[in-house]
Design a binder for this molecule. Structure first.
Ligand SMILES: [Zn+2]
Length: 69
């Protein structure tokens, strides 16, 4: 344990993993859109494209789910 731990492969992998989780946190699966942060995600949820996607999903959920899979 020392200050060089920051550069070990394990430490780097942990940072990448943490960053990945943080990114997935603000991912809109319905629109398949990645948002930068909470504010960006909120903005996206109020955006026209997201609302339209919501309507499409509400009308035809099965088709959208199949499309995602
Ligand atoms: Zn969306």
């Amino acid at each position: 344990m020392g200050k060089n731990d920051f550069l070990t492969p394990k430490a780097i992998a942990n940072r990448i993993k943490a960053k990945g989780l943080q990114m997935l946190r603000w991912y809109c699966q319905m629109c398949q859109k990645q948002c930068r942060d909470e504010n960006g995600f909120k903005c996206h949820c109020m955006s026209e494209s997201h609302q339209r996607q919501m309507l499409i999903f509400g009308e035809n959920p099965n088709r959208i789910v199949e499309g995602l899979l």
